[in-house]
Design a protein around this ligand. Structure first.
Ligand SMILES: Nc1ncnc2c1ncn2[C@@H]1O[C@H](COP(=O)(O)OP(=O)(O)OP(=O)(O)O)[C@@H](O)[C@H]1O
Ligand SMILES: [Mg+2]
Length: 340
């Protein structure tokens, strides 16, 4: 582990899927670390490798996929560092990592809940699985947890089935279940994407409050830079399985130093640009079966188009400001051009 306050450290992570088209590099040398008690957002377009990265952390990559390189280390408080990539599938420690140290909110909340069991049964089962308590205590804890995630009349709600709850309430239940074992790390994969904006704001607020209360460190996955600005302390911008830019949210969003981050920011709707046509990023994301040599953003980049940078090899993340790094050789030019 690099620093004492790091709870999760991902180094040069590579995940590949061997399919007919080839050996796809879905995650291609990714580095980031999550500071204890903070929120790190992983942001990027659909297919850039966000979910695959989070599944790799839980060691849930199955064939035709595999972790092809790198390391994922966690540092639970008061324990030795655990290298998740080095654990055998049968190791009890891997079970403790998945079912205790790391809680996960999966991308589709309905798949996390069984439609044929009551909310109460499902949460109690999660508690009984993780904690050494009897059923009565599990029942009491489940009610307290529902209360904790802002569900009123928790005792009555326990008897309801998922389909009887609104999307927002369901997501609160899923959050309660992910936190059942009091994990030190919570991975939230697009937890608010399916919700309308008011409910989204409530869920984001809830996660913040729970973090303040419990000190849980959060890896927050989203494709929405607006959400990043609201919830995260640090951000890693992903593009085609690589990190394009990484640093404290304020610095990255205010002074992007990668043309991809800048383009993403310019394509956000803003009130002051009302009436103007929304900017879109030129070109298409290349296929993973045909990754360009060198910079993966190359086919869509104005600097590459003007032959202003030499590629390959693929630019590695380099420091551009304090704690702020970018995988762009022309970052000074990007910085000099004002983001509108
Ligand atoms: N089981 C699989 N078999 C083959 N390819 C896969 C598999 N799972 C993911 N991939 C590929 O890996 C890449 C990354 O997928 P991933 O699900 O991580 O994207 P994402 O960033 O989470 O996108 P989204 O925002 O749509 O959720 C994609 O190109 C996807 O097609
Ligand atoms: Mg995903």
């Amino acid at each position: 582990m690099e620093k004492a306050d790091t709870v999760l450290d991902v180094t040069q992570l590579e995940v590949r899927f061997r399919i007919e088209e080839g050996d796809l590099p879905a995650v291609n040398g990714v580095d980031f670390s999550l500071r204890r008690g903070s929120t790190l957002a992983l942001v990027g377009e659909s297919g850039c490798g966000k979910s695959v990265t989070s599944l790799a952390i839980m060691r849930l990559i199955n064939p035709p996929g595999r972790i092809a390189g790198g390391s994922i280390r966690i540092q639970p408080s008061g324990r030795d560092t655990i290298d998740i990539t080095a654990l055998s599938e049968k190791d009890d420690l891997l079970y403790s990592v998945r079912c205790g140290m790391i809680g996960m909110i999966f991308q589709e909340p309905m798949t996390a809940l069984s439609p044929v069991h009551t909310i109460g049964n499902q949460i109690c089962e999660a508690i009984l699985l993780h904690c050494n308590v009897n059923e009565k205590t599990a029942q009491e804890r489940a009610i307290a947890m529902l209360d904790n995630v802002g569900i009123s009349n928790a005792a009555q709600r326990m008897r309801q089935y998922p389909h009887e709850l609104s999307g927002g309430l369901r997501q609160r239940v899923v959050i309660a279940m992910a936190l059942a074992a009091e994990p030190e790390i919570l991975i939230a994969d697009e937890p608010t994407t399916a919700l309308d904006v008011t409910i989204q704001a409530q869920i984001l607020q809830l996660l913040k409050e729970l973090q303040q209360k419990t000190g849980v460190s959060i890896l927050f996955i989203t494709h929405d830079l607006g959400v990043v600005a609201q919830v995260a302390d640090d951000v890693a911008v992903m593009y085609m399985g690589r990190i394009a830019e990484y640093g404290p949210v304020r610095n990255v969003l205010k002074n992007p130093r990668h043309p991809y981050t800048r383009a993403l920011l310019q394509s956000l709707p803003a009130l002051h640009r009302r009436g103007e046509r929304l900017a879109s990023i030129p070109g298409r994301v290349p296929s993973l079966a045909n990754v360009p040599e060198g910079c993966s953003f190359h086919p869509r980049c104005q600097y590459a188009e003007q032959k202003l940078c030499d590629i390959p090899p693929a630019p590695q993340l380099q420091q551009a400001a304090e704690e702020h790094s970018t995988a762009c050789l022309r970052w000074q030019d990007v910085f000099a051009e004002k983001t509108q």
